[in-house]
Write a protein that binds this ligand. Structure first.
Ligand SMILES: Cc1cc2nc3c(=O)[nH]c(=O)nc-3n(C[C@H](O)[C@H](O)[C@H](O)COP(=O)(O)OP(=O)(O)OC[C@H]3O[C@@H](n4cnc5c(N)ncnc54)[C@H](O)[C@@H]3O)c2cc1C
Length: 498
């Protein structure tokens, strides 16, 4: 284990997942003299949601996820949320391309591969929706080149497994973006932490759990850390703390006592995958195929049939089947949810339960599903799937945000949210969607919120623009800038360009 350069680091990063690794990389790049200490409960980085098999590895660019494009009662489709997610992914692409060019990541194939993103629906209503969605999206430069088809033979060319064995009279439709990607966020996190560890002023400490956050009179944070082997404690004093603790972020925010965190709670959603490592099956599917959500299901739990490449091996992943578990992390404790209930969030929590009966019903239904039911869901998208080729795997935990609203009511949020202390000494990342794909965009948000005074021409701004050349440009509006940066990042990352 590396030695901490000091007991008073400028920055403490809690958690060694993709978020802390990304923020740490930005900070050390912008100001190499910063001292940064990363603390991680587990024995290595990327062992929770950022671990390769704990997430789906979709480079979320809102190409195929139908929940980002709601349909209005008049039949028109709203693509504004999709455009936001789509261009947030451009920030990650630029960050990763910068690291490849700089040699921090020797080859983009370590973590990113081209993988077409498809949406696939059946039934007249869904086909009508997908047609309207395609019309709206393909007219925008961000989705230029999106292909659409209702023709079974054409769809079978794209993804044979979803057409073979299907009722020939069933209406079907699909869209396809060849610019889609499969990303191994576990491999990426390892690469980032390894590169950080080589820099002076950075230290990562494994088997170290942050147990408390207290304000010092000076305005710094006293961070208490437990050695998970022998139970001993130490503490350090930091000027800025980033709580990148994934599902456990809510608990640590509560411990910090920042007034901005009052009323927040977390609602954990667990997940199960079906995974197929059979080469003869995996070889015949090269796409991430997203379907339509079942009524009441949480938007991020729409089952999808994905190509995954991890450690050079191609597999297929289907799911996740959402479920309920009171743990906030896969390696967490069943008491996590109950321990997070406080007088300030009990009302929002109860409110969310009352207002989301359909979701609760859905999750209970999923928990009660047998393996046979789950396999049946797979057959709805891959009709000729053979049971013997698939095994169950446990996905990472997602903790959805329960947010205080007016009159002490609560709302359930499926996105991510950055909560920060007014004096900019602490920032907490809550939620898990669109997730790892937007880690670089989230890092820029933290820079703006916490280090805004440094984003000037004589401080960090020129370096930030070297990392993110389109920083400050709205790519949903500037079509030329969008096309140019996509061409450049596609070439460096060796992914498809349109
Ligand atoms: C089923 C599923 C599918 C997903 N699919 C996708 C996808 O296809 N594409 C995508 O972009 N995103 C996806 N995501 C979301 C993505 O995985 C997460 O948003 C992202 O990995 C979160 O990164 P993180 O660094 O915040 O958290 P994590 O990777 O969970 O890391 C948090 C770390 O903090 C540590 N920690 C917690 N508490 C403490 C403490 N007190 N002290 C020290 N360390 C602590 C944990 O051990 C952990 O290592 C998916 C998530 C799930 C669960």
């Amino acid at each position: 284990m590396a030695i901490d350069p000091s007991d008073t680091p400028d920055v403490v990063l809690i958690g060694a997942g993709i978020m802390s690794a990304t923020l740490g990389t930005f900070l050390k790049d912008l100001e190499p003299s910063l001292t940064v200490s990363m603390y991680e409960t587990l024995h290595d980085c990327a062992q929770e949601s950022s671990q390769s098999w704990n997430n789906a590895g979709t480079g979320h660019a809102a190409n195929c996820e139908l929940n980002y494009t709601p349909q209005h009662p008049d039949g028109s489709v709203d693509i504004s949320r999709a455009l936001k997610v789509n261009t947030e992914f451009d920030v990650s692409r630029q960050f990763w391309a910068y690291l490849v060019r700089k040699g921090v990541i020797p080859s983009p194939r370590e973590f990113i591969r081209p993988c077409p993103h498809m949406s696939f629906v059946t039934g007249d209503d869904n086909v009508n929706f997908l047609r309207a969605r395609h019309e709206a999206m393909s007219a925008h430069h961000c989705y230029s080149g999106m292909a659409y088809s209702e023709d079974r033979a054409a769809i079978a060319e794209w993804a044979p497994l979803i057409i073979e064995g299907r009722d020939p009279d069933e209406p079907v439709a699909a869209t396809r973006m060849v610019t889609g990607t499969d990303v191994d966020f576990g491999a990426l996190t390892h690469r980032l932490v390894a590169a950080l560890s080589k820099q002076s002023g950075f230290a990562v400490h494994y088997n170290r759990k942050v147990t408390n956050l207290e304000r010092e009179e000076s305005g710094r944070w006293r961070v208490t850390i437990e050695d998970t082997y022998d139970g001993t404690h130490q503490s350090v004093s930091a000027k800025f703390v980033f709580v990148g603790a994934g599902g456990a972020a809510v608990e640590l925010m509560q411990k910090s006592g920042i007034p901005e965190g009052r009323g927040y709670g977390g609602f954990p959603v667990s997940g199960i995958w079906l995974r197929c490592d059979a080469d003869d099956v995996a070889r015949r599917h090269h796409a991430k195929v997203y379907g339509k959500a079942a009524a009441g299901s949480p938007p991020m739990s729409v089952p999808h049939l994905d190509t995954r490449v991890v450690d050079g091996k191609t597999s297929l992943l289907f799911g996740p089947y959402a479920g309920f578990s009171s743990k906030f992390l896969k390696h967490g404790s069943p008491t996590d949810l109950f321990a997070s209930i406080t007088p300030s969030n009990i009302v929002p929590l109860l409110d969310v339960g009352k207002d989301n009966i359909a979701l609760v019903d859905y999750l209970v239904g999923q928990v009660l599903q047998t393996g046979r039911h789950q396999f049946q869901t797979l057959k709805e998208i891959f009709p000729t799937a053979r049971k013997a080729d698939w095994k169950e795997a446990v996905a990472g935990q997602r903790v959805q945000i329960i947010k205080p609203a007016e009159h002490r009511h609560g709302v359930l949020e499926f996105g991510t949210e950055l909560v920060s202390a007014e004096d900019k000494s602490l920032a907490v990342l809550l939620g898990a969607s669109p997730g790892a794909s937007t880690a670089a965009f989230i890092a820029t948000q933290i820079l703006e919120t916490i280090f805004g005074s440094k984003l000037t021409a004589d401080a960090w701004l020129p370096a930030l623009k070297r990392i993110i050349p389109t920083y400050g440009i709205d790519l949903t509006i500037d079509a030329d800038a969008c096309r140019a940066i996509r061409a450049e990042t596609a070439s460096v990352l060796e992914i498809e360009e349109f």
